[in-house]
Design a protein around this ligand. Sequence first.
Ligand code: DC
Length: 223
Amino acid sequence: MDEKVIITIDGPAASGKGSLSKVLAQDLNLYYLETGIFYRIFAKEMLGQDHNVKQLSQVISKLKKEKIDKKLRNIENFYTNEISELASNLAKKAIVRKFVAKIQKQYLKTFPSQYRGVILEGRDCGTVIAPNADIKIFLTADLYVRAKRRFEQLNKKSKKISLESVMNDLSIRDSRDTERKLSPLKKAEDAFLLDNTEYSFLETINIVKNIIFSKIPTLKINI
Ligand code: DC
């Protein structure tokens, strides 16, 4: 297979797109690009600052690709509630989206050649970052089911937080991500819609693999 494959997985928070993409990346030897982490890295730089154009521009000039590469090697501390909120708020701003989209497109062009392609996940991957992707999936699930999954994840890490509050946070973030003017979360016209409310993680993986293999049978070889 000469051509590199591009697969996008978009969807709301806690739909399982991150876990799914990681498994697919591993199983199919694809480079994994988590697009939300770029907004989180930006948000962490902005913590405690005003969000005016001057401050935003300063962070942009500081965050070169090499610096982001370095941060991507240790991303554990980027998943706090505070950063999730700020990332989603900053993602509404044109100056931030333009900067992040440019860097993400650079990653799409420069990922290491040993991979058979790239799988990117986020909100605007199939619509803006990789509109010509070979396969696009829009993964979603009911708010209650997503909140429950996230709640269980957080409780495993012994974070004391109620299901109601997780559900409330997700619902606010969903509205902000889908209602913003610039590159809102939405299904690309040519994306497969997969609502995994009723499916286990394993079932979701298998369904998506079947979609991928039916479109690109060569990806099945050597796995
Ligand atoms: O996927 P995530 O939850 O880590 O993303 C954090 C925030 O970043 C999300 O609430 C909105 C923003 N985001 C975005 O606007 N576009 C993307 N492609 C990915 C994330």
